[in-house]
Design a protein around this ligand. Sequence first.
Ligand SMILES: [Zn+2]
Length: 258
Amino acid sequence: MTTDIPTPENAAAGARYARHARLSFIGQAGQEKIEKSSVLIIGCGSLGCAQAAFLARAGVGRLTLADRDTVQAPNMATQLLYDEIDLLERAPKAEAAVRRLRTINSGIAIEPVVADISAANIDPLVDKADLILDATDNFETRFLINEAAVKAGKPWIYGGVLGTDGMAMAILPGRGPCLRCLFALPPPESRLPPPDAFGVLSTAAVWVAALQTTQALKALACGGADWGRMHTLDIWNGTVTTAEVPRDPACPCCGDAK
Ligand SMILES: [Zn+2]
C-alpha cells in the first residue's frame, strides 16, 4: 500500500503530514510539536476560515474557534468554510466551521465557542491556548486579545484585511512590541472605513491569513517567528513591505511601568 493514500491508518502514522515534516525547517520534531499544540482563533470570518483550514490540515492538535455571528449571504464570497446549507440554516459560524473542519481532519480536537468575546470570557480561552490568531474585524477585540495575551505571556498573531490591503504581525510579550506599542489607543471609528461599504477581496484575506498562519507554524514548530515585524501587503498590486515595530517602554499595556 502506498503511504500517500490518506487512510485513517496512514493519518495515524503521520503520513498525511509528511510534506510539512519533510521541510527542513519544520522536520519531524517540529511537526510533532505542531500536533501537540493548541491554537485559539478569534473570529470565523474570511481570515478565520482560512487560518482554521490551514491549521487543521497541518495537524494542530487542538483548535478552538470563537465567533458570535451566523452565516449570512455577504459572507459567502470570502469565507471559505461555509456552504449554502449553512447559509439557509443561518448556522452559527463557529459551529458550521467546526463541522466542516471535522470532515477535513477527524484526528484533531476542534471546539466551537459561539459567543461574543469580551473581558468576561477571554482569559480562560487564552490560558488554555499555546497561541492566539486574530481573525477579528475590530480594534476593540484586538485590544482585548492583546491585553489577555500580554497578561498570560502567550504569543499571538495580529492581522487585518480591507479591500485588497492587509497587515500581519507576530507578537510575543516580552520579546518585542505588543499591539499597543503600535496603537496606544484604538484608531477612532471615524477614521476606519466601514468594511461592509469598503468590501474585501477574498484573495487578500487568504494572503493575510497565510502570512499569519505561517508565523503561527513557525512559532509552534520552531519557537520563533518574525516578532515585531509588520508585513503590509496589497494583493491587487502584488506588493509586500515589512517594517520593524519598536517596543514602546511607555506602552500602556507592556511598558516598563506595568
Ligand atoms: Zn506594548
